[in-house]
Design a protein around this ligand. Structure first.
Ligand code: SF4
Ligand code: SF4
Ligand code: SF4
Length: 274
């Protein structure tokens, strides 16, 4: 591995530190310094390990960031980091961690890094990726429309709380976070076994993909294929957890907005064509 590649983790760390210090000073809140420094260090460490060809680099980042958001921000700080929390803070006009998190990771960030969130940070997938079906054992189902129902349900749930002028909203949102996560894990694990596919929940149910898919269509960072080197062996498609037709370089490629940048295709290509 070339030495200059090691610069990338430092650039990433510098970007996160800039955001951390800027938000800390402008908002006079030390939390932002800690939060963005922690995430920056975790991602940079993962990039460093990936460059070192460490097999579990992605999983380490996923656990470091996912557990931090689930346990620290969600359970300890009582921030509802799920989509209901995003609607809630949006309606109240409060610029909290959940709003920043959605804007950075799930709405505008995907224009740059696609669905990197899904590969490296999501605490739901962090657990699902421990299950045995890393590569889907069945063809993809045509039930992706379910995501629009879960998306609408999350919005209706929060809107109804506001319309009903429910008391103690903070407490309701905390329990919505706990119960919502338990439901996501339950459904995600059941679907993974039913469809023999760890990422079935991501493909058919997850409401956040309503934001993620259209934005990641325009992603600047994406895996592309060098047609000169490719020998059409098909290995990349066999190992892809998201059924992406990665040898097609067009934006419209099959399941192109599903790529989670896990790099399994890149690692397994015998010709270094990706
Ligand atoms: S699709 Fe949803 S559940 Fe799956 S990794 Fe992305 S955000 Fe997480
Ligand atoms: S694994 Fe590499 S060589 Fe094989 S089809 Fe994919 S890109 Fe081409
Ligand atoms: S295997 Fe390649 S195409 Fe498939 S999700 Fe991972 S990075 Fe994307």
């Amino acid at each position: 591995m070339e030495k200059r590649n090691y610069i990338l983790p430092f650039i990433m760390l510098a970007v996160f530190e800039t955001v951390a210090v800027t938000l800390w000073l402008t908002k006079d809140n030390l939390f932002y310094l800690f939060n963005f420094s922690y995430i920056g260090i975790s991602i940079s460490l993962g990039m460093f390990l990936y460059i070192r060809k460490y097999k579990y680099a992605r999983r380490i980042v996923q656990l470091l960031v996912g557990l931090y958001m689930l346990i620290y921000l969600g359970v300890i700080c009582n921030e509802n980091m799920q989509i209901e929390g995003f609607w809630y803070y949006l309606f109240t006009g409060v610029f909290e961690a959940a709003t920043i998190h959605y804007a950075v990771a799930k709405i505008f960030g995907p224009l740059l890094f696609g669905r990197g969130w899904c590969g490296y940070a999501c605490w739901t997938a962090m657990i699902l990726d421990f299950l045995p079906y890393k590569v889907p054992a069945q063809p993809r189902k045509k039930i992706g429309w379910i995501r629009y129902i879960t998306f609408a349900a999350s919005l209706i749930f929060v809107a109804a709380l506001f319309l009903a002028k429910a008391g103690n909203m903070e407490r309701i949102m905390f329990w919505a976070f706990v119960i919502g996560n338990i439901a996501y894990y339950g459904v995600g694990i059941a679907l993974a076994f039913a469809f023999k596919d760890n990422r079935a929940f991501c493909k058919y149910i997850c409401p956040i993909t309503v934001f993620l898919k259209p934005m990641s269509y325009f992603a600047m960072i994406r895996v592309t294929c060098d047609k000169e080197k490719c020998v059409s062996c098909g290995k990349c498609k066999k190992v892809c957890p998201m059924n992406v037709n990665v040898t097609d370089n067009s934006r419209n490629r099959e399941n192109g907005t599903e790529c989670i940048l896990c790099m399994e295709c890149v690692r397994n290509c015998p010709k270094n064509a990706l």
